[in-house]
Design a protein around this ligand. Structure first.
Ligand SMILES: Nc1ncnc2c1ncn2[C@@H]1O[C@H](COP(=O)(O)OP(=O)(O)OP(=O)(O)O)[C@@H](O)[C@H]1O
Ligand SMILES: [Mg+2]
Length: 363
């Protein structure tokens, strides 16, 4: 039997390969050596020739070696590799935010070893992380909800103040309050939406609708902004194409991509919206001739609160693309980004026509 050691309250085996296993190996090898001698004596008695006496022991030891190798391999797989693979899979799920992972112990409580204790500690750790995450998101959504009402009051009053007969300076103050509270309200509503999508407390309500009509409507919403910036806008779409998705959430995606294109493109630039489809997929590209992104920026743009271009950091909060990616994942769609600093960016959303079933979670 293996040695036992006290870990916390429990006494557990501290080896997965106990000495008894090696004793089994030793006994088997002795036995095989005995059979070898028996074989030699038997062949001698029967008067078999020298060649047979050489070949039979070689074949015999080849069979013994193969048997022992297969047995050892199975032992290693059963004892180490399988539990380690289970642990690796569970750790991957946790790193992706799934805290519902649980790895059952390998042995009953009277035969625990240090690997069982490690799995038990892993389960405990994941449980703790899950409860912290729940506490954080619940606290966050409660506080955000409470902030929304007084913020709306501030925004309304600042708007009313702007209409009053005030000096230029006072009007300036009122406008600053109005725009700041509007930005804060936008941040809170985006954060609440993202929080709900991440917690899956809102699941996409998929319906069939015309994507081209939606894209045209969203583009029109940004007309004032691109005209103000003197940008050229081009659209190339089919007459209509029907997709199955949550249209309200998809509207947020197009608006985020279009507003980014307008925001990050200098005066005189060009934005183009292209929609194409074949029998497999529909591709929607939003291309701009703006500032573009470095490889480093590109790696982080889908992270919450990440803003690569600090000169535009006052506009927005870096949540648009995080929200867009989550919505696309929930609908089972993909997004590709091509960008070059100083030349511009192309964001392409890919909608498969024969969609695989999407479970509410990521990937
Ligand atoms: N079309 C684009 N051209 C250049 N950089 C872009 C473009 N779109 C996104 N980015 C980069 O990605 C970052 C994250 O974009 P995201 O939409 O998430 O945030 P934001 O636009 O700064 O704020 P918000 O969307 O919350 O208003 C941006 O700050 C910018 O650095
Ligand atoms: Mg944005």
């Amino acid at each position: 039997m293996g040695k036992r050691r006290k870990i916390s309250e429990k006494t557990v085996r501290d080896s997965r390969f106990p000495p008894s296993l090696f004793i089994v190996y030793l006994v088997v090898l002795f036995l095989m050596a005995g059979i070898h001698t028996g074989l030699l004596v038997g062949m001698e008695k029967r008067g078999w020739g020298g060649l047979v006496q050489t070949v039979i022991p070689i074949l015999y030891w080849m069979a013994v070696a193969a048997g022992l190798t297969i047995f050892t391999r199975q032992q290693i797989r059963r004892t180490y590799e399988e539990p380690m693979h289970r642990l690796a899979e569970a750790a991957k799920k946790v790193s992706e935010g799934d805290f519902s992972v649980y790895i059952p112990p390998l042995h009953t409580s009277d035969k625990l070893d240090y690997l069982d204790i490690m799995l038990e500690d892993f389960n405990k750790m994941v449980g703790e992380l899950g409860s912290i995450e729940t506490l954080k998101t619940d606290f966050f959504s409660n506080v955000s909800h409470e902030i929304k009402t007084p913020l709306a009051v501030i925004q309304n009053n600042a708007e009313l103040l702007c209409r009053e007969e005030l000096s230029e300076k006072q009007k300036g103050y009122a406008e600053t309050i109005y725009w700041s509270s509007k930005r804060l309200a936008g941040l809170i509503s985006n954060l609440l939406k993202l929080n709900k999508l991440e917690k899956q407390s809102i699941l996409p309500e998929r319906t069939d609708y015309d994507l081209c009509a939606q894209l045209a409507e969203c583009a029109l919403l940004h007309e004032e902004a691109w005209e103000k910036q003197g940008l050229e806008f081009e659209a190339d779409m089919e007459d209509s194409v029907t997709i199955t998705a949550d249209s309200e959430l998809m509207e947020l995606v197009w608006n985020n991509l279009l507003s980014n294109a307008v925001k990050f493109t200098e005066q005189g630039g060009c934005i183009s919206l292209t929609e194409t489809s074949d029998e497999h997929e529909i591709r929607i590209s939003i291309k701009d001739t703006g500032c573009g992104m470095t490889e480093e920026t590109k790696k982080h743009i889908f992270e919450k609160f990440y803003q690569g271009d600090t000169s535009h950091a006052t506009a927005g909060n870096g949540l648009g693309l995080a929200l867009a990616l989550r919505i696309l994942q929930l609908n089972g769609f993909e997004i590709e980004v091509i960008s070059e600093p100083g030349k511009g960016s192309i964001f392409t959303v890919i909608i498969p026509k024969h969609k695989k079933e999407v479970s509410g979670s990521d990937e």
